[in-house]
Design a protein around this ligand. Structure first.
Ligand code: IVH
Length: 678
């Protein structure tokens, strides 16, 4: 290839990257895309292809790298260029006015413009850019030193990897990473499906997500980020100007048009902003916990200066979390598919944050005792980011004479399952009580079948939760296996069943025989074996037989399978009724192994292998297929865990350097072919 063509390809790659960064920014930050999702995908594919055949133009900040890279062992501590301060807080509007008076005095009566924005309820982040490229992302840490979480932050779509034209050469910018409600609820639904405990609130989950060691997992979490502090004072005279410039450089920033940022010269305007958002905050797709008021002009900020902890030029007004009191009518108990018993508080109907509430979760017995609930108590409830409100306290002053203060709502915590009568158990270290009668406790039986037929598992059309309960009650279903024994004449006599619906249901069941093994495995509802884990197990071990014969050591060797999952699997497979179920499903013709690939071996034994460069006899995707066919794992970045690199012509210089530095072996195409054939 002549120099000229190679240069052209380099330019083409650069051009595509710039376009894709631009489209990403338009889509995620401006909500103003100019191409369709499909066109975006096509451009991305073109770029991927070009990058694959021209690894010499490799770039860690390419838009193709958003899905994350190999896991890391920990995060490096790095000192902040400027400390990350906190803000003075108040819950009192009068104190905001007093602060404004102090500011006025501090500036000797000069006119002051205040800028108001939302106080995002998430995790603070500091981003550093050089020559328009994201080079580092640090957590707040202790304010003077943070943790380098760049790899995780790079997966967040609203954070630009490359800045738009016009951005300063060097830039540090700070903001808040948060978990939008919709994505948070989606994550919890998935966790519920795999029998994992749900996350309590979006803020802590955002924080936990950013500390995950595997950026590919972070990429799945759909975090978002809003910027609120530009540390490039030369770029603007005021904060509000800097924020709107940051929007042009590619960041997600609040917009005046949506009233998410506004300015005012007087207390009246400031209070109006506070009032508006206190009322409207529930309409936002993410959580805020107040409003931040700042002096807009940078030179005035500087003159006001800082105290030891926080700037004098800003204050945050925190909203009172809305809390109402209502009467606890009774506690009922729900038995889930895993047998866990959840107490639910049934409340006298009350309005909270614009919705009528009559139930609140109590999680488990510990929660009841922590709250010290007595039957008939008046309780306070609050609504956070969660869907179901929670009880946060008791109004003891409402306890009338004659109330036995030594009694407890726990006294009536059932000792036996209210659904099937079995004695409840509570295992050491577990917060929940369980009904041990997994085999025939009705909500457990129907819960397992409902999980099995769900969209992400067997996706059985024409069958819903209500029908399952009906069929379980009629004794026609006892486990997922019995679905395959159902006959039209059994179902037709049931309520709400007609010829057409029965046909549809039976066809749905028939079609499910083709569902791939990984989804069958997920459908079994083994604790901690969610969608992703099921996929991993199926792909690594290939069949149910192989999973059944693997011991704990073999299981934990699989990438991302830890002790907790391995133990749960072994426990599940040690129970005869589960083995019977698997046999029954196998006989019914369901998929219990991954479709065989002809000539496949496990020579490479799960090794992580990086492919770089161009090859004489194969293209890169063929090499990757060969790796997978022979039991290896293709990985995109070189790390200590890389077994070897299949290195072709024109391997990217940065990759080569990294491999040499880490002492990772580099095999030529021929050496690699010899390895897999021998
Ligand atoms: S300004 C020098 N603006 O609140 C202070 N902070 O309690 C710079 N926060 O650590 C902070 N929204 O994580 C600022 N619009 C906003 C904010 C905001 C949320 C967080 C931030 C900070 C904490 C202070």
């Amino acid at each position: 290839m002549s120099k000229n063509t190679s240069k052209n390809i380099g330019e083409r790659i650069e051009g595509l990257r710039a376009d894709l960064h631009d489209h990403n920014h338009r889509y995620y930050n401006l909500a103003d895309p100019i191409i369709s999702d499909k066109e975006f995908d096509v451009l991305m594919k073109v770029l991927e292809k070009l990058e694959q055949s021209h690894p010499e133009f490799d770039d860690d900040l390419s838009p193709t790298k958003r899905p994350g890279g190999d896991p890391v062992d920990g995060f490096e501590k790095v000192e902040h260029t400027t400390p990350m301060l906190s803000l003075a807080n108040t819950y009192d509007q009068e104190e905001v006015e007093q602060w404004m008076t102090r500011v006025g005095k501090g500036l000797e009566g000069e006119e002051v413009v205040y800028v108001m924005e939302l106080k995002y309820d998430g995790v603070a982040i500091s981003l550093q850019y050089e020559n328009g490229r994201l080079i580092r992302a640090l957590t707040r840490g202790d304010g003077s030193e943070g943790e380098d979480i760049t790899a995780n932050v790079k997966t967040i779509r609203t954070i630009p990897l490359l800045l738009q034209k016009g951005a300063p050469q060097k830039l540090e910018i700070r903001g808040e990473i948060f978990y939008p409600f919709e994505a948070f609820n989606e994550l919890n639904e998935l966790r519920e499906e795999s029998g994992e405990t749900q996350f309590a609130n979006p803020r802590n989950t955002a924080s936990g997500s950013l500390k995950l060691q595997d950026s590919r997992e972070v990429a799945k979490r759909k975090l978002d980020c809003m910027m609120y502090n530009v540390l490039a004072k030369g770029e603007a005279q005021t904060h509000s100007e800097a924020v709107s410039k940051a929007g042009l450089w590619g960041f997600r920033v609040p917009h005046n048009s949506e009233n998410m940022i506004s300015t005012s010269r007087d207390a009246q305007g400031v209070m109006a902003f506070i009032k508006f958002w206190d009322k409207s905050r529930r309409e936002l797709p993410f959580a805020i916990d107040g409003v931040v008021i700042k002096v807009d002009k940078y030179d005035q900020q500087e003159r006001l200066g800082l105290t030891s902890k926080s700037p004098r030029w800003a204050i945050s007004y925190k909203f009172e979390t809305e809390r109402v009191r209502t009467k606890l009518k009774e506690i009922t108990y729900q038995v889930g598919r895993t047998g866990a018993v959840t107490p639910v508080a049934n409340l006298e109907l009350v309005q909270l944050g614009g919705t009528a509430v009559k139930r609140a979760t109590l999680h488990n017995a510990d929660q009841i005792s922590r709250l010290g609930l007595i039957p008939g108590d008046y309780v306070y409830i609050e609504k956070g980011g969660e869907i179901i409100p929670k009880i946060v306290g008791v109004d003891e002053s409402m306890r009338g004479v004659g109330v036995d203060l030594f009694s407890s709502a726990l006294d009536s915590f059932p000792t036996n399952c209210l659904e099937c009568g079995a004695e409840l158990v509570r295992e050491e270290g577990e917060a929940a009580h369980y009904c041990p009668n997994a085999e025939s406790c009705p909500p457990q039986v129907s819960g397992r079948i409902v999980h099995f037929i769900s969209r992400k598992s067997m996706n059985i059309n024409g069958l819903g939760a209500e029908t399952v309960i009906q069929l379980v009650e009629a004794g026609l279903l006892v486990d997922p296996g019995s679905l395959y024994d159902l006959r039209a004449e059994d179902i037709l006599p049931l309520d709400r069943m007609a010829d057409i619906s029965v046909k549809k249901l039976l066809k749905g069941i028939e079609d499910s025989r083709e569902i791939p093994f990984e989804r069958v495995l997920f459908g079994l509802g083994i604790r901690y074996v969610g969608e992703t884990v099921a996929k991993k197990l199926a792909r690594s071990l290939g069949s149910m037989r192989a999973i059944m014969s693997a011991d704990k050591e073999a299981l934990v060797e699989i990438d991302e399978i830890g002790e907790r999952i391995a133990e749960s699997l072994i426990n599940y497979l040690s129970q005869p009724r589960h083995l019977q179920l698997i046999e029954k499903l196998e006989k019914a013709g369901l998929q219990f192994h991954v479709e065989e690939i002809e000539g496949a071996t496990d020579t490479l034994d799960g090794a992580a292998i990086v492919v770089s460069g161009v090859f004489e006899h194969h293209d890169r995707s063929e090499i990757k297929k060969l790796i997978e066919k022979h039991g290896g794992k293709v990985s995109s970045t070189i790390s200590k865990k890389t077994a070897f690199v299949v290195a072709g012509d024109k391997m990217g210089p940065s990759k080569k350097e990294k491999a040499e530095k880490l002492g990772v072996e580099m095999l030529s195409e021929d050496e690699f072919l010899a390895k897999i054939s021998g």
